[in-house]
Write a protein that binds this ligand. Structure first.
Ligand SMILES: CC(C)(COP(=O)(O)OP(=O)(O)OC[C@H]1O[C@@H](n2cnc3c(N)ncnc32)[C@H](O)[C@@H]1OP(=O)(O)O)[C@@H](O)C(=O)NCCC(=O)NCCS
Length: 216
C-alpha cells in the first residue's frame, strides 16, 4: 500500500499568494478551471482572493505537501469589512483596463449573470450580523479526499474562536462541497438557486449558504 506524503497545515505567508491564486483559478468552477467560463484568471483571482490575502492574511491558512501549496482556506472576521475596502472598485478598474469586457467568453458570462440578476436570483438573506466571518476553501485536484479540507477548516475555526468571533457563514454552489460542509457540522441556513451557468451546464445550480455559531 502506498502512503500519501504528509501534509502540513500552516498560516498563510506572503510568498503563498501566487499559489493561492493559481489554485483558486484551477478549481473555481465547481472544482474545475475557471477558464471554462471566463477569459481572465487575474480578475477571477482578484474577486475571490485579493481582499483575503492582501488585507487579512492572518485569517488565511494553506496546506503544504512536499514543499508545495496544494490547498488553502481564505477567511475574514467580518464579511462587511471585505466590501468596505474598495475591492470592487479596484477590480472594476482592472476589468476596464484589461479590456476583459471585449472578450466573447466574458461577454457571454456577463450576459447570463445579468439575466440571473433580472430574475432576482441574488436576493439572498444577509447572515453577516449573526455569522460575521466568512471563508473560501479549495484543494488542488488529485489531493482531494485526504482530509486536507477538514484540516484547513479546523485551523480556521480555531483561529476565529481565539479571536472571539460569533459565527461564520459562506455560500457554495457545489453539491459535492455541500456534502463536505455538512460533514464538518455546518448548518444549512438557506438554499437558493442560480441559473447563470445553465448555458454551459444545461441546468440550474443550487446555492447553499452554510453557517456555524462559534460563540454567544
Ligand atoms: C470540498 C473540499 C474543500 C473538501 O476537502 P477534501 O480535502 O477533499 O475533504 P476531506 O478529505 O477533508 O473530507 C473530510 C470529510 O468530508 C467527507 N467529504 C469530503 N468530500 C465529500 C463529498 N463530496 N461528499 C461527501 N463527503 C465528503 C470525507 O469523506 C471526510 O469524511 P470522514 O471524516 O468521515 O472520512 C475539496 O474537495 C475541494 O476543494 N473541492 C473542489 C472545490 C470546491 O468545491 N471548493 C469549495 C467551494 S466553496
Amino acid at each position: 500500500m502506498t502512503e500519501n506524503p504528509p501534509v502540513t497545515i500552516r498560516k498563510f505567508q506572503k510568498k503563498d499568494r501566487e499559489d493561492v491564486r493559481r489554485i483558486c483559478c484551477s478549481t473555481g468552477f465547481l472544482g474545475s478551471p475557471v477558464s471554462n467560463f471566463l477569459d481572465g484568471d487575474e480578475i477571477f483571482a482578484d474577486c475571490l482572493t485579493l481582499y483575503f490575502t492582501d488585507y487579512e492574511p492572518e485569517a488565511c491558512f494553506v496546506a503544504e505537501c512536499q514543499g508545495k501549496v496544494v490547498g488553502y482556506i481564505t477567511g475574514a472576521k467580518d464579511l462587511r469589512q471585505v466590501y468596505r475596502n474598495n475591492i470592487l472598485c479596484r477590480i472594476f478598474i482592472k476589468i476596464i483596463a484589461s479590456a476583459a469586457l471585449g472578450k466573447p467568453k466574458n461577454r457571454l458570462f456577463i450576459w447570463n449573470l445579468l439575466m440571473s440578476l433580472l430574475k432576482r436570483e441574488f436576493s439572498d438573506p444577509d447572515f453577516s450580523k449573526e455569522y460575521p466571518a466568512t471563508l473560501h476553501i479549495n484543494i488542488q485536484d488529485g489531493l482531494r479526499g485526504s482530509k486536507i479540507g477538514a484540516g484547513l477548516i479546523d485551523a480556521y475555526l480555531g483561529y476565529l474562536k481565539g479571536e472571539g468571533v460569533r459565527g461564520v457563514h459562506f455560500a457554495t454552489m457545489s453539491e459535492r462541497a455541500s456534502n463536505f460542509f455538512s460533514k464538518q457540522r455546518f448548518s444549512l441556513l438557506y438554499r437558493g438557486k442560480r441559473s447563470y451557468f445553465s448555458y454551459i451546464l444545461h441546468k440550474g445550480l443550487p446555492l447553499y449558504i452554510y453557517g456555524k455559531r462559534l460563540a454567544e
